[in-house]
Write a protein that binds this ligand. Sequence first.
Ligand code: GYE
Length: 334
Amino acid sequence: MKNKKYFVLFSIALLLVVISLSMILSNQICLEEKTQSGEFEDSNVIVLGFSQMGDESSWRTTHTKSVIQAAQQSGIQLIFKNAQQKQENQINAIRSFIASKVDVIAFTPIVEDGWDDVLLEAKQANIPVILSDRRIETKIPSLYAAFVGTDIELEGRLAGEFLIRKYGKKPTKIIEIAGTESSTSAKQRAKGIRQAIAGYPNFEIVFSKSGDFLRSKGAEVTREGIQLYPDADVILCHNDSMALGAVEAIEEKGLNPGKDICVVSFDGEKDAIQALKEGKLNCVVECSPLLGEAIMECASALATSEPYRPIVYQPTRVFSEYDNISEIQSWEDE
Ligand code: GYE
């Protein structure tokens, strides 16, 4: 009797699960179909197709959250696709936005080259394009309408200026853990750093290799760098995730990051600010991922043919061992 009662309860629960799953599934299919035929629920609502490149760092996941939240707050209908670190997926996403006749397309180009064909298709379809965070290399600048991000070259220069302040004219060997090859963030940070130290021959970049903006790879490449150059003075990482990996690699060697070897990085995520407060990082150049609001403002101006700013930079701050850092907060806490 008791068993029968449990059997009935179990069957009801199972039925409910099946019903909810099929509801979720049919909703998704519905959205896909609408998306494919180019029909949206309300023709007065602006539709933005956003292709995010992946989720390689806290910077990136915060950027994604900022975009989704800002779309909700501004009443823009967002079609969001995550390319899982593949340019091909971003190109396919952009093509699907064009087929769906969205009003505006925004994306974070994982690398700078290879966008002309798909962006020409967007141009022919009269869909304006916003680049967010990273830029593209093209001979046809009219392929995109606006850029919303930060001044990445300036960030590189600020990191270089910190090193000049710390080491002056002392001979200094630098290991550079670079970001994804051919990405704007890696290219411009590398450029800015070199610009800053150009007049200081005492600085030597003895090793430079990509850690792809990933924590695990940052640790791996740091191990390789300090194995080859045990006398290096500085580990200069193109983002916090890799710097946190570098801290692990330095500690494995029985050394003290921040003391035995200087660690500099970019972004300003929560864990890096904590590491800075603990003295394990020496300098963090901030790069804000909170770009959602500016993207939505730009998208709505473009969709309604109103004036817009073609370049929007978020301000940058430098947090280092020379500042009173006990009070500083990461954008992750905002
Ligand atoms: O610094 C890094 C991310 O493009 C500015 O990409 C962005 C960089 C950021 O993966 O953490």
